[in-house]
Design a binder for this molecule. Structure first.
Ligand code: ADP
Ligand code: MG
Length: 616
């Protein structure tokens, strides 16, 4: 083997700073890089935003020869190559979008060792000619991105990936690294087997996304609730997930009517429309994408600040993956689920149509897990991580609604008895709405016809509003004191446990829910969030115009994290600018001056204003 590099920590850290502008490695990056530089195969499961690309980009820069990156999405390749070029890494891609002439020109450059990195789609490996040519090129490393695509057990099997199973045989001296964000143990074994990795160094990173805040709100007036969230993030990118095409279109329209730059995305649009909308989002031309779960694969956009699920997700896997698209840059992002029990039957409807009984049972169990996630007063982060088999020992994650709410328990036994009495006295034959109507003394025709205005509990809970009673119902359901029976028209029933409350002296307590008025942010969150908003607007504008000139998405120039950092430290010298996270030598050279100029001007104006202010 020609290039015997071994891991040198100092060189690696220098390169990290010089090329990528980062001060330190993220968890697991250094271990992975050191093993690759020592020419060992690697298999790594790291969450979205964990920084997988750097694990092969940095070695690509340090090793002799070209690093070949296998990536499934043609649409992403260009962005990835552009991002590498921005950092001063020489890179190119080969895929079906190139002409034969362009392809052969790239091959010529390859042979003369002109590239640090070459991105290719997996189907190339099924082409004997391509393999033959590749064998004449000095290759330093193979990096297989989205490696779960090779496994039939994964959720995104791509037959093209199977042609990668000969890679270690065809290139015996070259280390291979496989990366994915989603792999159960079973999928992991499958990937390692299929790619025939040679005793790989294996990493299973924590799935905890520290910078994501998880929140569940009862879905009441969706429109108002969504607009409230958007008001918190003016002009910042976010994704709203909905289950049906119609609700996607309706909500996108509603947002546009409210002056928000939003576009829809679902499988009913033409491929062209979908691409245009996705591009507009990528380039920060629209801020909000309202989408079905068809949207997401191939979104590497790093500055998504919020994810809203306006309908109930089908399973935790999907929910985790969709929320995972926010905050890739490591800056705070928020994931909000609007939860209504009324959505359960809608999901059930599709599950019940599944032919395979086993599949149906699995889907029901998965749905149950999502409902549990949304309705149990247990740290959301802990629930997510435990679902993926990861132990989470921290008592208070400080970054979900449960942990940041006032975790004070209140006794709700009396309210629980009122509700259950209404359920019992009407023969356990009515649903949530009607029972709440009874308790709050609803004056409806149906009420009178049924004679329910005559029962003892009628109007017994008039002093509280319907939201309060809805909260009590949810709490009793979550604690399995009552349950819902029947799919089409779910009726409330009292469980054995419930009888102890209604007729015995069992007490019920609930977590006291703070109304989200005075929101107390955790220290870490406010530190990360604190930056000069007015300056950020200016720098964002500058970034956008530079991006447009070069036909690349803005986050490729600088990430939000980098701009936020500038808005905290106001760098105005080369040296100060180089200290900003994400500013490497190439970017400092290319953009440093323009950004510093903007910052200087901004500070000058601030000073002028400050003087006038003190005179007045
Ligand atoms: P993944 O592919 O694992 O989802 P990416 O490779 O796209 O994640 O990285 C996510 C973001 O994290 C990118 O914006 C990247 O520049 C940034 N990043 C990666 N490594 C570091 C690091 N050591 N320090 C700071 N930011 C990093
Ligand atoms: Mg990636």
């Amino acid at each position: 083997m020609g290039n015997k590099i071994t891991y040198d920590r100092e060189v690696a850290l220098d390169t990290l700073k010089e090329v990528f502008g980062f001060q330190s490695f993220r968890p697991n990056q250094e271990e992975i890089i050191s093993h690759l530089l020592n020419r060992q195969d690697v298999f790594a499961v790291m969450p979205t935003g964990g920084g997988k690309s750097l694990c092969y980009q940095l070695p690509a820069r340090l090793m002799n020869g070209t690093t070949v990156v296998i990536s499934p999405l043609i649409s992403l390749m260009k962005d990835q190559v552009d991002a590498a070029l921005e950092n001063g890494i020489s890179a190119a891609f080969i895929n079906s979008s190139l002409t034969p002439k362009e392809t052969s020109s790239i091959f010529r450059s390859l042979k003369s060792n002109a590239f640090d990195m070459l991105y290719i789609a997996p189907e190339r490996f099924a082409m004997p000619d391509f393999l033959k040519t590749l064998q004449t090129v000095p290759i330093s490393l193979f990096a297989i991105d989205e490696a779960h695509c090779i496994s039939e057990w994964g959720h995104d099997f791509r037959p093209d990936y199977l042609s990668l199973s000969h890679i270690t045989e065809s290139f015996p001296g070259v280390p291979v690294a496989a990366f994915t964000a989603t792999a159960t143990q079973k999928v992991q074994n499958d990937i390692i087997g299929k790619t025939r990795l040679r005793s790989p160094f294996t990493i299973r990173a924590s799935f905890n996304r520290h910078n994501l805040f998880y929140r569940v709100e009862n879905k009441r007036e969706l429109k108002t609730q969504v607009l409230n969230v958007l008001r918190k993030y003016p002009g910042e990118p976010g994704i709203i997930y909905r289950t049906s095409r119609d609700s996607v279109s309706a909500m996108a329209g509603m947002l546009q009517d409210n002056g928000i730059k939003a576009l829809p995305y679902h499988a009913g649009l033409t491929q062209e429309e979908r691409r245009t909308n996705q591009d507009a989002f990528n380039r920060d031309e629209v801020h909000v994408i309202v989408a079905t779960i068809a949207f997401g694969m191939g979104i590497d956009k790093s500055n998504v600040r919020f994810i809203i699920h306006a309908d109930l997700p089908k399973n935790i896997e999907g929910y985790y993956q969709e929320t995972g698209r926010s905050g890739r840059d490591g800056e705070p992002a928020e994931c909000i689920l609007f939860f209504s029990r009324g959505d359960i039957p809608k999901v059930r409807y599709f599950i019940d149509r599944t032919e395979d009984q086993r599949e149906q049972a699995v889907a029901k169990e998965k749905l149950y897990q999502v409902v549990k996630y949304a309705s149990h007063n247990v740290c959301r982060r802990r629930q997510l991580l435990e679902y993926f088999g990861e132990e989470y020992k921290v008592d208070n994650c400080k970054s979900c609604d449960i942990c940041t709410g006032n975790i004070e328990k209140v006794d709700v036994t009396i309210d629980a008895r009122k509700l259950m009495s209404a359920i019992s006295r009407t023969g356990q034959r009515f649903g949530i709405m009607h029972i709440i109507d009874i308790v709050t003394g609803g004056n409806t025709k149906r009420m009178r016809e049924l004679g329910h205005d005559k029962i003892k509990t009628y109007g017994a809970g008039r002093d509280r509003d319907k939201n309060h009673w809805r909260f009590i119902v949810d709490e009793l359901l979550a604690q399995e004191i009552i349950n819902q029976d029947g799919d089409r028209y779910p009726l409330l029933k009292i469980t054995e446990k419930g009888k102890e409350v209604l007729f015995g002296d069992e007490k019920v307590s609930a977590l006291k829910r703070e109304e989200p008025k005075k929101k107390s942010r955790t220290r870490q969150e406010s530190e990360l969030r604190d930056f000069d908003k007015a300056l950020f607007e200016k720098l964002r504008f500058l970034r956008k115009s530079l991006a447009d000139q070069q036909h690349v998405p803005p986050f490729i120039i600088f990430s939000d994290r980098t701009l936020h950092d500038m808005c905290r430290h106001y760098p105005v010298t080369q040296h100060e600018m180089a200290e900003i996270t994400g500013v490497g030598a190439a970017k400092l050279d290319r953009y440093g001056e323009e950004f510093m100029k903007e910052i200087r001007e901004y500070m000058k104006k601030q000073r002028v204003r400050g003087v006038q202010g003190s005179r007045a």
